[in-house]
Design a protein around this ligand. Structure first.
Ligand SMILES: [Zn+2]
Length: 236
């Protein structure tokens, strides 16, 4: 896919602020994307989303109402057999949480995306996606029929367009989700640290396909017991 052309004309001087002047907190309203929008959508609570993001484009997810877990998978294009690899990503950055500067590494060792801005500050790599089976085991037998992220992922790929199937729903990352690692090495689903309007933004380093399940979970505090919409935007 062709590289995007620069949007700034060569004759306009580019102002580079002193480092001390760029430490102000960024907000969604202060960083509106330019007009070259690739998509701009709101994902309802509990629903899914799928889109292609070309290399060089920016991709932003905004937590519109706060404390919403956004389960996300990335695949390389055109060969979707190469995909986001949680283990490789953790090894590359030597930490379990993601934030500005984190690189999302593929199953073939390439950087797929780089997180370039983050007003939440921490995103989970360990909690994975909720499923009907885990809802049943973790909570109670009657939770089995509640909608879960794994079902949303499967619905998003059910048309077969990208050659993806059940086996491709591997370990995902969870934007805005708070899953602290305990001193004993365990995991806990804790109340969120995000808030209305916080966002995470990344740059695609190669052509990617993004799959999102805007988590419908009602049985733990990962969504503040109240799943809410998120906004997804991309621009070149
Ligand atoms: Zn979920």
């Amino acid at each position: 896919m062709p590289q995007p052309t620069p949007q700034t004309p060569a004759h306009i001087p580019i102002h580079i602020p002193h480092p001390l002047t760029i430490a102000m907190p960024t907000t969604a309203s202060s960083l509106q994307p330019p007009a070259s929008s690739l998509f701009d959508a709101t994902i309802p609570a509990g629903d899914g989303f799928r889109a292609e993001i070309p290399a060089g484009a920016r991709f932003r997810i905004t937590d519109l109402e706060g404390n919403q877990a956004v389960d996300t998978l990335f695949f390389c294009l055109p060969d979707t057999r190469e995909r986001y690899d949680a283990t490789a990503t953790l090894q590359a950055q030597r930490r379990v949480y993601l934030t500005t500067g984190s690189r999302l590494i593929s199953s073939r060792g390439r950087t797929m995306l780089t997180i370039t801005d983050d007003t939440c500050g921490r995103h989970d790599t360990l909690g994975g996606a909720c499923a009907c089976e885990t809802n049943q085991v973790r909570y109670s037998l009657d939770k089995r029929h509640m909608h879960a992220c794994r079902e949303t992922f499967l619905l998003q790929i059910s048309d077969g367009r990208y050659g993806l199937g059940k086996r491709d729903c591997a370990h995902n990352l969870n934007f805005f989700m708070n899953v602290p690692v305990t001193p004993e090495g365990g995991l806990t689903f804790a109340d969120g640290i995000s808030a209305p309007g916080r966002f995470v933004e990344m740059r695609a380093e190669t052509d990617v396909l993004v799959l999102i399940s805007n988590c419908p979970q009602l049985n733990n505090p990962c969504n503040g017991w109240n799943p809410t919409p998120v906004r997804v935007q991309a621009w070149s």
